[in-house]
Design a protein around this ligand. Sequence first.
Ligand code: NI
Length: 388
Amino acid sequence: MPVKNRFAELLPEITAWRRDFHEHPELLFDVHRTAGKVADLLRSFGCDEVVEGIGRTGVVAVIKGKTDTAGRVIGLRADMDALPIREATGVPYASKTPGKMHACGHDGHTAMLLGAAKYLAETRNFDGTVICIFQPAEEGGGGGREMVRDGMISRWGIQEVYGMHNMPGIPVGHFAIRPGAIMAAADQFEIVVTGKGGHAARPHDCVDTTVVAAHIVVALQTIASRNVDPLKQVVVSVCTVETDSPAHNVIPQVVRMKGTVRTMDAKVQDYVERRVGEIVEGTALALGARAELHYERGYPVTVNAGANTDYAAEVAAAVSGHVETDTPPLMGAEDFSFMLNERPGAYIFLGNGDTAMVHHPAYNFDDNAIPFGSSWYAGMAEARMPAA
Ligand code: NI
């Protein structure tokens, strides 16, 4: 199963879709134009069912194989949203909306899955059903979570799910994957420390919130250095510290801090959340202040199931001959995790070559990756549901 010849023929067409999406980036759930075009194309391919409005603006397409002897159903997922970034690529098909940009290559993911859908609808050389999933709001809105909440998994009886993300730094046409945790859970927190403000020359009359906040920042670093097993990954970052004092001689009444926690394991995540709470409360208490913690869970850990990782790697190896099966996990987060929490599956990286990193204004998806990505999506369906 090398790169399918059909995708060499379809490359100009898929590239044109990709560049059209690139010119018209849309954010979060507000992907109406993109989703509309995706749905129109899916209908033009002759998909058996195309449903819009799943998870607000997600699109689901059903493609039935020539046979269905075992009731197998495989989900293939792409994301459709862009980022609030001003594009600096200088390409002729650059964003026409200043301040919005496909800087994470989701235009490429959408186009590659559309290409696979076109091929699968033409050939139907599999025994079962393919569900193509186009989700909104990967970049912080939890579009994957919304599609799951909308009942997508049970409505179409999805049994396994597979997703892909392009990755700068990996050669075009090469794949990388790992079993287990591949992307982190991302939580965020806000800490509000309240003391007693006053004259900076009379600290004994005050409860100095700045000093309390500083102790909290330092103490939080002991979660990674002293509490969590050093062989487990954890990041605790305090990223903003803001006081209500504009002056050099006023002790502030209130200090607010915001930060993020990244973990790779649900047990570590629970433990870190508890320790953040204990440290915030205990440190404030010890120094005579009060502190409130608002801790919010974000995307969960993206976990590749062992067997499904092997299936994904086998298809990638057949498509390109180059697959790294022990790529290091990343501390970024991905909301395909909500689908992987529902059903076994895997998430794989596809090389984007020596380009700027995703989320950079000069990032650009490499269209030469399209035949590899489309072949992998289509290959997953054919390999997991071989023609009867
Ligand atoms: Ni992305």
